[in-house]
Design a protein around this ligand. Structure first.
Ligand code: SAH
Length: 339
């Protein structure tokens, strides 16, 4: 059966026509799915019984079951969802003063193999479809009875390795008749798939691009992130410059600080050299230790020194608050399954 949340409004209009219905039915269905967030075709009361039956025969609404829900001391909540084929993914809800933010997964597993990330070492299974991506948002909103205002693609998976579905999901999230969340409230984080960054720049979406940089030399970056062997730092930064030129959007560079690895002032100096003059922001993350991981967290003192050096040399840098670490819901701690 097809997931009805995998359709854009245009596609659903065509789909309706192909089953002998008027295109405006698609608008009604969108209203039920994305404004009312119903879980059953029978709740779509302005559709005839016959149409509801037809829809039930051909489509599912994709309602995730919550396999597990944990709450951290700081209020962060981690969900393990059953994505209805026996697989599971994690999604995290965070509360900030400006509203709720959700960290969504884009794939079941990940191929990138970053050495510091908990999603590494568990097999890649498959991409999530657009509907499966946005269902994470809808399921959390329904469960908590809230409205989410920010979406970050920083859960499991490499969003740009699932390009078509992620872009489609962003358009559905953003669409006034979809979830109607402003593109500026959506961030896509990538380990640096250069050709896809060029492609994203052409999509005319005003989302924020985050780049997981983490190191300033190719040798060090490759030792942490194998993707750097295919797309080294110079090529990555060139793609970022193109993205900024085309979209006029500021890029956010993620830099996870690991003790005695990438946390000293030499690294900070090199980072200033690399990013000088770019429309960007650096997000410093105290690296989260993962089981059997090679890296340990940098000291607070080093993290602050690193930040101050960047700020003093014209690069805007902030330290990311660590949310949800006591329930393994912090950066890089999400897994495909709670093993
Ligand atoms: N694949 C994408 C998105 C998922 S990871 C990417 O690489 O950007 C989301 C963010 O968490 C990335 O910046 C990633 O580098 C970071 N991250 C992964 N493991 C981490 C860890 N152990 N500590 C801190 N940040 C980590």
């Amino acid at each position: 059966m097809k997931n009805i949340k995998d359709y854009s409004l245009e596609e659903l209009k065509q789909e309706m026509q192909s089953i002998g219905e008027k295109p405006f039915r698609a608008e009604q269905i969108f209203q039920w799915l994305y404004q009312e967030k119903v879980k059953d075709f029978d709740e779509m009361t302005n559709l005839s019984l016959t149409l509801r039956e037809k829809l039930k025969q051909a489509y599912t609404i994709c309602n995730y079951n919550i396999l597990k829900k944990q709450e951290a001391k700081d209020g962060t909540k981690k969900y393990l969802f059953d994505v209805l084929d026996g697989n599971a993914i994690e999604t995290v809800l965070m509360k900030y003063h400006h509203g709720y933010s959700i960290c969504v997964s884009s794939q079941i597993g990940c191929k990138m193999g970053c050495k510091f990330c908990a999603s590494t070492g568990i097999n890649f299974i498959r991409n999530l479809s657009a509907g499966e991506i946005i269902e994470q948002i809808i399921a959390v909103e329904q469960d908590e009875n809230i409205r989410i205002s920010n979406i970050v693609f920083m859960g499991i998976g490499e969003p740009l390795d699932n390009y078509e579905n992620v872009v489609k999901a962003i358009r559905l999230i953003n669409h006034p008749k979809g979830l109607n969340i402003g593109a500026r409230h959506i961030s896509v984080s990538t380990s640096g798939l250069v050709p896809k960054i060029y492609q994203l720049a052409e999509e005319n979406i005003q989302c924020t691009l985050s780049i997981s940089l983490h190191a300033t030399t190719n040798q060090k970056r490759s030792s942490m992130m194998p993707v750097n062997n295919s797309y080294p730092i110079e090529e990555l930064l060139q793609a970022c410059k193109d993205y900024i030129a085309k979209t006029n959007r500021r890029i956010s560079f993620e830099y996870a600080l690991a003790k005695d690895n990438n946390d000293n002032l030499e690294d900070a100096k090199q980072l200033v050299k690399l990013l000088k003059g770019m429309l960007c922001h650096v997000n410093l993350i105290p690296i989260n230790q993962i089981e059997n991981g090679a890296y340990t967290k940098a000291t607070n003192e080093n993290i602050m020194k690193f930040r101050d050096y960047l700020n003093d040399h014209g690069i805007v840098a902030t330290i990311r608050r660590e949310l949800g670490s006591d329930i393994e819901a912090a950066c890089g701690q999400l897994r495909r399954k709670n093993l």
